[in-house]
Design a protein around this ligand. Structure first.
Ligand SMILES: C[S@@+](CC[C@H](N)C(=O)[O-])C[C@H]1O[C@@H](n2cnc3c(N)ncnc32)[C@H](O)[C@@H]1O
Length: 391
């Protein structure tokens, strides 16, 4: 089986086609090198992060109006001003912020601006970004801030060795971690990956390896209903090591993770037969990861039960889980709209808030999870809703 190839996405420019051809050549070479088959996880890692070629490693616009997708902090600074609320609560006694995967740096700039206005600036605002191209855009944006804010921002090459006291932020990072894909055949799990048919990259299944099989056995015991043959979905084995890294550096404070996702019972619902994988290309969403290689984003929804379990194993507490809408309402989005200078600005903010809040937009699909260590106080963002029972 292969990607349909006839999805309705805009045609590639000559540069995009050339770039995509180079990524395809790299993937073909890896498939041959690996003996004819690569796991989907490895395919996704190459398509997104291959040095100099992957979607996040190379220079396409990616985020924002001229790119492929818009995230909440790009849509409106109202989002980041709300995020600054719980940050201020944690930073009451001093401390720092570490942001993972900061995109264009817009959230960093807006959170710092809001914290500055509240007199709660962090000692430093560290950014860990795997994309050299995005890190460069972040530097340009931060350089335009007043010096009192900009001088607090540093870029890290890896997670900090000294312990973080404060806040760790990650918006839409978990969904960008390469994931495994599987299907069921005769009740047995098989792993999806890619192989070659001549020069064509096609999807092909193979026996699941020990790690995926063991995870499937654990997972299926927790599902409320059996899944039928032909069912396809994702398992993000990289969540646990990613979270272990985050937990390892959080000595006291809160990690706030924002992403689209579901509790496990909904994620692996029998009717969600084709999984959660989505591709973003020039603001069109589709589900064919085998086209537009290296010039489109590939993401999978987040199984928040997996995140919570991995956090508990690392000694973190799950202290909050709510929809983005409930989080933003609890952190004062309505006040930020009401405070606008004049009716035009108020109407603009109200329009942005609708996209952040409405169930058919980002309000329900996006969730916020708070993971804490040695931090006992309640966080304002979770005052209106507690979805932890659904995990
Ligand atoms: C979908 S974008 C979201 C960007 C930004 N947070 C926003 O909301 O606009 C995913 C971001 O995560 C970064 N990223 C992916 N894997 C990462 C990792 N393991 N550690 C840190 N950043 C990562 C990407 O380079 C990119 O900046």
């Amino acid at each position: 089986m292969t990607g349909s190839g006839d999805i309705m996405t805009p045609p590639l420019s000559a540069d995009e086609a050339a770039h995509s051809g180079a990524v395809a050549a790299l993937i073909r070479a890896e498939v041959r090198c690996a003996g004819g088959w690569l796991s989907f996880e490895r395919f996704m890692a190459l398509a997104l992060y291959a040095p100099g070629l992957g979607y996040y490693s190379a220079g396409s616009v990616k985020i924002g109006a001229g790119g492929d997708f818009v995230t909440a902090p790009e849509l409106s600074d109202l989002f980041s001003r709300c995020v600054a609320g719980p940050c201020a609560e944690v930073l009451e006694g001093g401390g720092e912020i570490l942001e993972l995967g900061a995109g264009t740096g817009r959230m960093a700039a807006a959170v710092l601006t809001e914290l500055g206005a509240r007199g709660r600036l962090p000692r430093r605002y560290a950014i860990l970004e795997v994309s050299a191209d995005l890190a460069e855009r972040q530097r340009r944006r931060i350089a335009a801030l007043p010096a009192a804010l900009a001088e607090r921002v540093v870029w890290l090459e890896r997670l900090p060795e000294r312990p973080v006291h404060g806040v760790i932020l990650a918006n839409e990072v978990l969904d960008a971690l390469p994931c495994r894909r599987f299907t069921l055949e005769g009740g047995v799990i098989r792993e999806l990956g890619v192989a070659l048919q001549g020069e064509r990259i096609i999807e092909q299944s193979a026996p699941a390896d020990a790690a995926l099989s063991a995870e499937w056995e654990r997972l299926r015991e927790q599902l409320p209903a059996p899944l039928a043959d032909g069912y396809v979905s994702e398992i993000a084995l990289r969540v646990a090591p990613w979270l272990a890294g985050v937990a390892g550096c959080l000595e006291r404070g809160v990690a706030l993770l924002f992403d689209y996702g579901l509790p496990r019972a909904h994620y692996y619902h029998p009717q969600r037969r084709t999984g959660t994988l989505r591709c973003h290309f020039k603001h069109r969403v589709h589900d064919d990861p085998y086209v537009n290689l290296g010039v489109q984003d590939i993401t999978a929804w987040v199984d928040f039960t997996r995140v919570a379990q991995a956090a508990l194993e690392c000694g973190l507490e799950v202290t909050g889980f709510a929809t983005q809408a409930a989080f933003l309402l609890a952190t004062g989005i309505e006040r930020f709209i009401a405070e606008a200078d004049g009716p035009v600005e108020r109407a603009r903010r109200a329009g942005e808030a609708r996209r952040l809040l409405l169930p058919g937009e980002m309000g329900e699909a996006f969730k916020v999870m708070a993971l804490t260590r040695d931090f006992g106080r309640p966080l304002s963002g979770f005052a209106l809703q507690d979805l932890r029972g659904s995990l």
